[in-house]
Write a protein that binds this ligand. Structure first.
Ligand code: IVH
Length: 703
């Protein structure tokens, strides 16, 4: 037998023994025999390195050659994740994504493994490189060390070109054991992550081989796009089938549990199914279970399942827009409390704000942190000069968490002023919160105007809080309605307001006139009606401001309270808000300016429709009363930004189903596609009353 044949034979034989042992726990040969064969192969490979197989089983053993970890450029973006520190922030990510997509979405939730980020590159099914994350563009090639890991396949059952992202980690028990056996205390690692990181960079791979590192793989990037599965679940099951280790603790979220369950089983995956309403429960459960896991996790990763949506959402410089990491521990920092100022919000709510020494926290420098209300200050017994811990728990707004050291100046617990710091009217207590009840308080007015113009509301880009403040103080803009009537030429020459910016401001204002009614309704900020509740009001028949005002005038609390999800308190607040003469004056003035005050105006004079179906994919089946021929319905969808297709597939978001729709309807049901009947469709088009029918089977899709 020639050398090549001998190497080939030994390689094959050892591979079989390894696989049997590590995958099934079965030893086909004695340890001695196994070692003898391995040594033999190592020797032959040393003499004839050109004959070594790239996936030779000797790679698992490592070598005593010195590694130098050359820098290599990643061929995929290796980004990190945006962070959230509360269930609300995760829920907000879900609803923002769904709103942006304009259609149904589902989300995978995975454990965020506290390990070392790794990219495994395979060419024609062979592992060619294992690269650390580095700066996301360039990382270190640590292939020899990673090849010693049993859980990293050296070759795949198919000749695919693929990059796989995963987390290399060490189980807690292995960490304890290895650390305890290290006699030199100064060489012991602080935690499993550190030991794993050290091992990945060991200069000799035979030393790395002694540490039982393992990996969970969670993303796959195929060079040939046509091989990429349509969603994350299928990526995971495909990775598993290719021999990668995926985390069995998978959770999956859809609008309801059953849908989630079905998608998991369609992808042939085990996992826990949840409805969107169970996010907080899920987070609580995982937080509790965390300490019982054999490995360390520092959070949970929520990812949009649909790959086409991921592509459409894209990436910022640092992170994908289609995923978010919930972190168990909010970053905390210490700072000194320099002062407490009092802010007046647009609703009159008065909030104490801590002014602190500039402190680095979660990647940014903070100077202010919220203190919520007087009760909170009292609980902390907080005084100026105290040292406090601050956190980014609520994600964006930092909060003071604790007093870590009392001040030495003898300052006592801070007391909020009795009067509004802005307009000096008396502060009123409402259920533990403090309010200024003067509607004309300048800070409230500025807040209302800024809120109305903000990106999520009327989206008047050039009218930010600073400009509002300037224009208010100059007497040009005193209330929301002034936006449409003020003479902005008077503002020319105010700091930062040149002719050009005034022109842009006027253009932005003009464009905002055609925002849909439900946006106007939430932009008014009345009774804290937000985007969602405004839409619900419209869908429940309050599709014009007159209808809302009529009900408020009748003091018809029940008309609002009976709307699902609203209740008595909300009903009372809406009635109160829309009975106020100040708000009514604003509404009248906005009406005159041409701002939409009913859903029926939500198309402009050129016949342009509001793009309510943007991002959605519609299919149509059966016959219709109002659309004859059927193509008329397709036109209505396309006019409103929707795409139309001729068959129901995984990408279809909605099926418009008329009478007699058969197989397409069944397919849509199978795939969990939203089915819309003609009556509901008419309502969506704002033509609800045209064809009254008595069946009530129309199902609306909220989340
Ligand atoms: S997804 C574009 N999933 O967390 C894909 N990352 O803070 C982004 N990590 O660099 C990564 N477990 O190293 C993802 N199940 C998981 C993860 C995970 C741990 C790490 C990863 C990433 C870091 C971001």
């Amino acid at each position: 037998m020639g050398i090549k044949e001998e190497i080939d034979k030994l390689t094959e034989e050892l591979k079989v023994y390894q696989d049997k042992y590590y995958k099934e726990g079965i030893s086909l040969v004695s340890d001695n025999e196994y070692d003898r064969l391995t040594d033999k192969l190592i020797e032959l490979e040393k003499e004839h390195p050109e004959l070594q197989h790239p996936d030779s089983p000797t790679k698992r053993v490592g070598s005593d050659l010195t590694n130098d970890f050359p820098e290599v450029r990643h061929t995929i973006p290796v980004l990190s994740l945006d962070k959230a520190y509360s269930d609300e922030a995760v829920l907000d990510f879900f609803s923002r994504s769904i709103q942006k997509e304009g259609g149904a979405l589902s989300f995978a939730a995975e454990e965020k493994i506290d390990g070392i980020s790794m990219v495994l590159y395979y060419e024609k099914g062979m592992l060619v490189r294992a690269v650390t994350r580095g700066n996301g563009e360039i990382g270190n090639d640590v292939t020899p060390n990673i090849m010693t890991m049993r859980s990293v396949p050296l070759s795949l059952p198919e000749a695919v070109d693929i990059a796989v992202r995963g987390e290399v980690y060490l189980e807690k028990a292995d960490f304890e054991r290895l650390n305890a056996s290290e006699p030199d205390e100064s060489k012991r690692a602080a935690n499993p992550r550190n030991l794993a990181a050290g091992t990945v960079r060991r200069q000799k791979s035979n030393e790395a081989a002694r540490v039982p590192l393992t990996i969970f793989c969670y993303e796959g990037f195929w060079s040939d796009k046509s091989e990429t599965p349509a969603d994350h679940l299928h990526i995971l099951s495909r990775l598993r089938d290719l021999g990668f280790r995926i985390n069995p603790h998978l959770a999956f979220f859809d609008s309801d549990k059953q849908k989630a369950k079905k998608k998991l089983s369609d992808a042939n995956l085990e996992g826990d199914a949840y409805g969107f309403d169970e996010i907080d429960e899920f987070i609580r459960k995982k937080t509790k279970e965390r300490k019982n896991l054999p490995y360390e996790i520092d959070g949970l990763v929520f990812k949009i399942n649909e790959l086409d949506v991921r592509e459409a959402f894209g990436y910022t410089e640092h992170h994908p827009r289609w995923a978010i990491a919930y972190k168990f521990e909010a970053p905390q920092a210490e700072a000194k409390l320099l002062d407490i100022t009092v802010q007046v919000g647009r609703t009159g709510r008065i909030t104490p704000v801590a002014e602190i020494t500039p402190t680095k926290l979660g990647g940014s420098t903070i100077r202010r942190a919220t203190l919520h209300n007087q009760e909170y200050i009292d609980e902390l017994e907080l005084a100026i000069g105290d040292t406090v811990s601050v956190s980014k728990r609520g994600d964006v707004i930092p909060a003071v968490e604790n007093v870590t050291e009392k001040n030495e100046e003898g300052n006592t617990t801070y007391q909020m002023p009795a009067d509004c710091p802005c307009c000096h009217s008396p502060i009123v207590q409402v259920g533990g919160l403090q309010y200024c009840q003067n509607y004309d308080c300048p800070d409230q007015a500025k807040g209302r105007i800024s809120y109305f113009a903000s990106a999520d509301e009327m989206d008047i880009e050039t009218l930010g809080p600073k400009t509002v403040e300037l224009l208010y103080d100059a007497g040009i803009l005193r209330n929301i309605e002034d936006i449409y009537t003020a003479d902005f030429q008077q503002a020319s020459g105010l700091p930062g307001l040149g002719e050009k910016s005034i022109e842009l401001l006027q253009k932005g204002i003009k464009e905002s006139v055609s925002r849909p009614f439900s946006t106007v309704l939430s932009a008014l900020g009345a009774a804290d009606i937000g985007k969602k509740s405004a839409e619900i009001l419209v869908k429940n028949g309050f599709d014009s401001i007159d209808k809302i005002i009529d009900a408020a005038e009748r003091q018809d609390v029940a008309a609002f309270a009976s709307i699902p999800g609203f209740g008595l308190i909300t009903g009372e607040r809406i009635v109160k808000a829309f009975s106020s003469s100040s708000l009514r004056n604003t509404i009248e003035a906005l009406k005159k300016a041409g701002v939409h005050m009913s859903a029926s105006e939500d198309k402009n004079e050129d016949g342009d429709e509001a793009q309510i179906f943007a991002g959605q994919v519609w299919c149509i089946t059966g016959s219709f009363h109002n659309f004859n021929p059927r193509s008329k319905a397709l036109k209505e969808i396309e006019k409103r930004g929707g795409r139309t297709v001729s068959s129901v597939t995984g990408k279809t978001t909605h099926l418009l189903s008329g009478e007699g729709g058969g197989s397409k309807r069944a397919e849509a049901e199978r795939l969990g596609v939203t089915i819309v009947d003609e009556k509901t469709f008419m309502e969506l088009l704002g033509k609800g009353e045209e064809e009254p029918r008595d069946d009530e089977s129309g199902q609306l899709f909220l989340l």
